[in-house]
Each structure stands twice: as C-alpha cells, then as structure tokens.
Design a protein around this ligand. Structure first.
Ligand code: PLP
Length: 392
C-alpha cells in the first residue's frame, strides 16, 4: 500500500503502540484515584500534559492549561461553545455578539458556529481565496461586538497556512476582550508556532495526525482565559480536567499522544526536510501531467498537503481507481468523505463546484518516499488517460 492520506490520519508509530500498551497493562488505574496505583497513572497524565505544553512552546506552566479531550473535534467544540456561552452579554441590535471564523474551517468549527448563528449570534466568515486569509475583510468587519474568532493555522484540504497572528492583532484592537482560537490540528508538529506567536488565547491539537492514536486531542487555554473565566465547560460531570472536560481521562491514548510528540520533537528537522524534498518531487512529477492542476496556495502552505484538480474526472472515480492500484488518497477531508457534498474549503479557495467535485487531496508525511510520489504520478497519468478514453 502507498499511503498518501496523512491529513486524514497517520500510522501510529511502534513507540506509540508500546506507550499505549504499557498504559493499558501496567498503569491502568484511574488517575483520579488517591491510592498509589492511581498516583502512578496521574504521573503519566501530568507528564503528558507537560509534554503537550512544551510542544506548544509554552515556556512556563503558569502560562496556561491543557485540557485533554476526545480529539480535535471536541476541543474545537469546547472552544466555540465554551467561549460563546461564557459571554453572557445582553443582546445588542438583536445579536448576541459577533463570531468570526474563516470560510475554510473544518466542520468541527464551522458547524458549531452555525449552531451559534441559530442561537442569535452573528457569524462572519472571513474569505480565504487562494488560501490567503482576507485581512482587509477583518479590518472592515471587526468591531467591539466581536466576542470570539476561530481561525485555523493550516487548512486540512489545501494545506494553506493562514496568518492567524495578523488576524488576532486586528480583531483584538477592535475588541480587546475577544477570545481568539486557532485550530492547529494540521499544523501541530509540522511547523513551529506557539499560542503567543499566533496571539491566540486557545489552541486545538489532535494526536492522530502526528502518528499518535485516534480519539485524543487537547485544547490549550491561556491563564488569562482561566482567570477571567472566559471559557465554560460544555460537558458536565466529575472534576477531571479541572471540571472543564469531565470524564475519566483516556490514559492509554494520552500516553500515546505524549510519545508521538516526543518522537515528532526529536525528528522535527528531519521530518520537515523530508517533506520539503518530497514536495519538490511531487510538484515536479505532477507538474508534468498537463491536465492536472495543482491548487497551490498563493502564500504559505504545508509542504505535505497537495490539492489537485483532475480533467473532468470525479474525485470518487479517481480515488477508487487509485485505491485499486493500492494508492490511498482522499477527495477532501476524511470526515466528510462519505457524504455527498462539495468541499466548502475548496469553494472558498476559489474552485468552481465542478472543479471541487473533481479534486483530490494527496497528503504526505515523513514516512513517504520519492518512489511513492513517482508511483502516484504514474498511476494518475495512466488513470487519467484510461478514464478519459472510457468517457469518449
Ligand atoms: N481540525 C482540522 C483542521 C482537522 O483536519 C481535523 C481532522 O481532520 C479536525 C479538526 C478534527 O480532529 P479529530 O479527527 O481529532 O476530531
């Protein structure tokens, strides 16, 4: 199998599997239990919390908190609803406040924002044409009524990296109490950033995009958010995660997450270097296929994510053809892959509906090789020719 769907998920490393197995078989006690076995489990939990914090470049423990969740989706929901519900301000002009998100957000931000819209909040979607966040739009629309903004650092379908820092600057100068959240699920451990460098008050990360397990993620919030009580829980129960996300923590998953981070940290430069080289190979090999267009973001992008538009061949048709040759890619984000709807992120990028319907996402990680890229280019060329022949 040639796996080129690393934005959907990644293969857990051997070290991750070992760390998870140890947490399942040795330190399986409840980290909230006060006995010795619980204490041992708690040490793993605390150490993992420090690991996530360090990886986010948060220098002092007192600068913020890590809230473990069941993944990026839950962390994003907690950020959106947790901040909106904490802002109990009276209606103004019939609106409960303005929420700004980019128009390329993952559904785990976009859908909660739509729910807020139905509850009386005004949601403004910032254009991201050609993969560039429209800062002028923010300048024009950000007022003191903005309560929350959620802007992803890297887009999961195009790899475009958005200028979260400049957006935050503009939003906070119009509305100093606005909370800025960044969904960093795709960017985490692929590029250097910190909540401070993004000027973000909250940051979402997820384990399974970095060779960790599925079903584990975290929301970082700054100490300022804690102090000013600008995030309330959305799930209620016991006292875990300081009551911000009750429920017994998924310790094996969290141990695996921490191990994945340790490995990604140790190999950060090597992985970046590998991905840059693979991207150069892919741009060159796919660039030779005249009928295929690479939808390259106009400014910064993650080298591992490549979106291409095919010559009037439906994404699903090509995806199945490549799958038959043992090559795994995807038609868009994995979570919407089985639903028949056009990718919002690609429309936002500037593709027409027909083009978006005929686009593929190829996502590489450090385990891919130049041979994988060559096999993909060869298969795409052969399948384009075959499928076009059949159509005629
Ligand atoms: N945000 C982005 C940008 C993503 O790409 C994903 C997953 O694809 C998520 C959030 C959701 O993360 P999870 O799969 O951990 O729920």
């Amino acid at each position: 199998m040639i796996y080129l769907d690393n934005s959907a998920t990644t293969r857990p490393s051997d070290g991750v599997v070992r760390a998870m197995t140890a947490a399942l078989t040795d330190t399986w006690a409840n980290p909230s239990s006060v006995h010795g076995a619980g204490g041992e489990a708690k040490r793993i939990l605390d150490s993992a919390r420090d690991t996530v914090m360090n990886a986010l470049g948060v220098k002092r423990k007192s600068d913020g908190r890590i809230i473990f969740t069941s993944g990026g989706t839950e962390a994003n929901n907690l950020a959106v609803f947790g901040v909106a519900r904490a802002k109990n301000r009276p209606s103004k002009n019939g609106s409960r406040g303005i929420v700004m998100i980019s128009d390329g957000e993952h559904p785990s931000v976009d859908n909660p924002a739509s729910v807020l819209e139905s509850e009386g909040f005004t949601v403004l979607r910032i254009p991201t044409k050609n993969g560039v966040l429209d800062l002028d739009f923010i300048k024009e629309h950000a007022t003191s009524d903005v309560i929350f903004a959620s802007i992803m650092l890297a887009n999961n379908e195009t790899g475009a990296v958005y200028d979260v820092r400049s957006a935050s600057d503009i939003i906070k100068s119009a509305s100093p109490s606005a909370v800025v959240h960044a969904d960093c699920v795709q960017a985490f451990m692929k590029m250097k950033f910190s909540p401070a460098s993004l000027k973000a008050d909250a940051v979402t990360v997820s384990a399974h995009k970095i060779c960790g397990p599925k079903g584990v993620g975290a929301l970082f919030i700054t100490e300022e958010i804690v102090r000013t009580k600008r995030l309330v829980p959305t799930v209620f129960g016991g006292g875990q995660e300081e009551m911000r996300r009750p429920g017994t923590e998924n310790l094996p998953g969290i141990a695996g997450f921490a191990q994945a981070i340790r490995e990604a940290t140790a190999e950060f430069d090597m992985r970046c270097d590998t991905l840059n080289k693979l991207r150069a190979e892919a741009d060159s090999a796919l660039g030779k296929l005249s009928e295929i267009r690479i939808n390259k973001p106009a400014e910064k992008y993650l080298p591992g994510v490549i979106n291409v538009t095919l010559p009037k061949i439906k994404s699903e048709t090509m995806l199945n053809a490549l799958s038959g040759r043992g090559i795994c890619v995807s038609a868009g984000s994995a979570c919407s892959a089985r639903q028949a709807h056009v990718s919002r992120a690609l429309l936002a990028f500037g593709l027409t509906k027909d083009e978006a319907d005929c686009s593929l996402r190829i996502s590489m990680n450090h385990e891919n090789t130049p041979a994988d890229v060559a096999a993909l280019a060869e298969a795409l060329a052969a399948e384009c020719a075959r499928l076009q022949r059949i159509r005629r």
